[in-house]
Design a protein around this ligand. Structure first.
Ligand code: SAM
Length: 286
């Protein structure tokens, strides 16, 4: 049973006209102005998500509950490059971020990744977010506060060259310019078996990180890139949108092996051959 809107709930506003691409996040109870007129969002109290509001000019708008992706795309204030929902969706399931997870991340930047981690870890988990520039840490903190998730995040103004204060994290996420300099710190922060995730925009940074990672007990290494292509939702003339964001980031995943383990066996050609032998989707005709 969907929960009806209450005063001060956040609401995602979607124009009823499908030609209009804009989306907004506002609060139930506010008056909200668009080019299509003023909407009285107090009319939402007691109504279920998916309902329609009409402005004083007769324009229609739908009201939904914002998802983590909506928050990042339409609400947070940004002053840095941010992690996009496209990468984050995969990071969450690949690294296993779930309710109760302990996540360390750097840098906080604008707090986009912080926010998506905070949604995923729930009230039983926690995010420790490191940033060396106080103004960005403050911006991220405000963005998380606005989403009502401050209790799930600890912000630290610190250069991660000096290491993380926490131990036994399930995930360490590095979104910094030179992640290869901080792999030792990441290793120390991670629990055995925990996941390292690195996000970088260039292949040079991927290579540097891979070179450095080989010297540490990180195994099961994956390098990947995600491409997201939107389609025009017209059933008669179904085709991709004319423009797409061609590149956002590369991802590197690795798992922390116990430091005294013989991690070389995981990196050997034997391991690669074993992987090649796996069934592919084609084998199943899908
Ligand atoms: C691309 S932004 C991170 C964006 C963030 N993931 C988001 O989604 O909003 C990179 C941030 O890392 C910070 N940074 C870079 N090197 C750092 C270091 N050694 N210690 C702490 N923060 C660092 C930068 O100041 C910058 O704010």
């Amino acid at each position: 049973m969907p929960k009806p809107f209450q005063l001060d709930d956040f609401v995602l506003l979607v124009p009823a006209n499908p030609e209009k691409q804009q989306r907004w996040i506002a609060k139930v109870g506010e008056k909200f102005s668009t080019a299509g007129g003023v909407f009285d969002l107090s009319e939402l109290v007691g109504r279920e998500p998916g309902c329609v509001l009409v402005s004083h000019l007769g324009e229609k708008i739908f009201a939904f509950r914002p998802t983590p992706s909506d928050w990042v795309l339409y609400a947070i204030k940004r002053q840095t490059q941010v992690t996009y929902p496209k990468e984050m969706g995969y990071i969450l399931v690949r690294a296993g971020v779930t309710a109760g997870s302990k996540v360390i991340e750097s840098g906080s930047g604008s707090g986009a990744s912080t926010l998506m981690f905070a949604f995923a870890v729930g009230d039983s988990g926690h995010v420790f977010s490191y940033e060396r520039r106080p103004e960005f840490s403050e911006l991220a903190r405000k963005n998380i506060e606005r989403a009502g998730l401050s209790h799930r995040v600890s912000f630290k103004v610190k250069d991660i060259a000096d290491g993380f204060d926490e131990r036994d994290a399930d995930i360490v996420f590095l979104d910094v310019r030179e992640p290869w300099l901080y792999l030792r710190q990441a290793l120390d922060g991670l629990a055995n078996g925990g996941s390292l995730v690195v996000l970088v925009p260039t292949t040079n940074q991927v290579s540097e990180t891979l070179r450095a990672i080989q010297n540490l007990p990180f195994v099961d290494i994956e390098v990947s890139e995600l491409l997201l292509r939107h389609y025009k939702p017209n059933p008669e003339r179904l085709r991709p949108e004319d423009r797409m964001v061609a590149h956002t980031a590369f991802l590197i995943f690795a798992r922390k092996a116990q430091e005294n383990s013989d991690s070389e066996k995981f990196k050997s050609d034997e391991g690669v051959e074993a992987w090649k032998g796996k069934e592919t989707c084609q084998d199943f005709g899908c």
